[in-house]
Design a protein around this ligand. Structure first.
Ligand code: SAH
Length: 345
């Protein structure tokens, strides 16, 4: 396995079978070497910098019904809320004062946020914070909608592809959703000049090693600027509430592999990773991650934006816990910086 890790580091192209073997490997020495080389690569392009993104969870209303997600429309126990434009602006204001230079507006697919409404908010943010990056994570929209939001001032868009294998995609999503449209959205975003993020959950129900290989192959075509991956964590009010969650080991192994295959990518140590283990985010940073997205949402809505159980609400992942988070980052050997943190070219 170590040879395979070295081959990846040297830019060699592993076969599907080799990639699958590396993903599935339990070889501790190979995992250690993988983390070491992933760290070397991230340091080559990003030094010891960790970019912070202020996450604003703008709505828990969603028209979609993804089987894994706690805010799916069929979940009658989910409490729904949406932030007003003023509340969103306020979150960003607080975030700016704390040193954030990227704001991420994420939410369910909420019909309230028409192009006019969301573009109005983006323009106001753009004007108020000319030195900040504006990232959107609002799901599938038309190319025209993406174009208008870009024109209003958005810079980046996160849309995990969720599963590049057709069979897995259809087991995780209702029949009315399609992998083809998901992929089309991602290529539209990229074509429009967004810094684009794809990604998937690790250890989702029915996911096999071959599916993860398919995810990597898809991303080799898309060439995303950002890749968001985190462990699947069951949410008790969803059809997958009784399933097993993804593991720390496998998530870390995949993070390391992604850093070697996509050397310059922006790779967050996600909240989900921090949720399954107190060491999760630190280990993520040591395995190639260079982004953390603390929560800037008003405290009373964080409880309601529950994609999965036991989501971290306070502490290092909350914006108020920033001092703690910065300490955690520096103890891991990195430095949190007040920068937009664009992808290096
Ligand atoms: N509606 C937006 C934002 C989705 S929430 C969109 O469609 O892109 C952001 C991400 O959370 C999703 O892409 C999904 O991969 C992840 N997620 C949802 N439910 C989860 C769960 N139970 N465990 C772990 N991650 C989950």
């Amino acid at each position: 396995m170590i040879e395979l890790v070295e081959k990846l580091y040297d830019g060699g192209r592993p076969s599907d079978a080799e990639l699958a073997a590396l993903i599935a490997s339990e070889d501790e020495k190979a995992s250690e070497r993988l983390a070491e080389l992933a760290d070397k690569v991230r340091r080559k392009y990003y030094g010891d910098k960790v970019f912070l993104r202020g996450l604003i969870e703008i709505s828990s209303y969603c028209r979609n019904d993804c089987l894994y997600c706690g805010i799916r429309r069929s979940n009658k126990s989910a409490e729904r809320y949406r932030l007003t434009p003023e509340e969103i602006l306020n979150c960003a204001e607080n975030g700016y004062a704390l040193g954030f230079r990227t704001f991420v507006m994420q939410g369910g697919e909420d019909a309230y946020f028409t192009d006019d409404v969301i573009c109005g908010i983006i323009s106001r943010l753009r004007k108020r914070f000319p030195d900040c990056a504006i990232t959107l994570s609002l799901g599938e929209r038309s190319r025209e909608s993406y174009r208008r939001m870009k024109e209003a001032g958005a810079d980046r868009y996160l849309l995990r592809h969720e599963a590049a294998s057709r069979e897995l995609y259809s087991r995780l999503h209702p029949a009315e959703m399609s992998l083809d449209n998901r992929k089309k959205c991602l290529f539209d975003l990229r074509g429009l000049g967004y810094q684009t993020g794809a990604g998937f959950m690790v250890g989702a129900p029915f996911q096999r090693v071959e599916d993860i290989v398919a995810d990597i192959r898809f991303m080799e075509q898309l060439r995303p600027h950002m890749i968001g991956i985190g462990p699947f964590i069951p949410q008790h009010d969803t059809p997958f509430g009784g399933e097993k969650g993804g593991t720390l080991r496998l998530t870390l192994r995949i993070l390391g592999i992604l850093r070697l295959i996509f050397p310059k990518v922006l790779l967050p140590a996600t909240t989900a990773l921090g949720t399954i283990s107190p060491e999760g985010r630190k280990l993520g940073l040591k395995t190639g991650c260079n982004v953390i997205m603390p929560n800037l949402s008003p405290a009373d809505v964080r409880e309601k934006y529950k994609l999965y159980d036991n989501k971290l609400i306070t502490g290092g992942e909350a914006a108020e816990g920033l001092a703690l988070l910065k300490k955690e980052i520096s103890e891991a050997g990195y430095t949190a910086v007040e920068e937009r943190g664009d992808c290096v070219s």
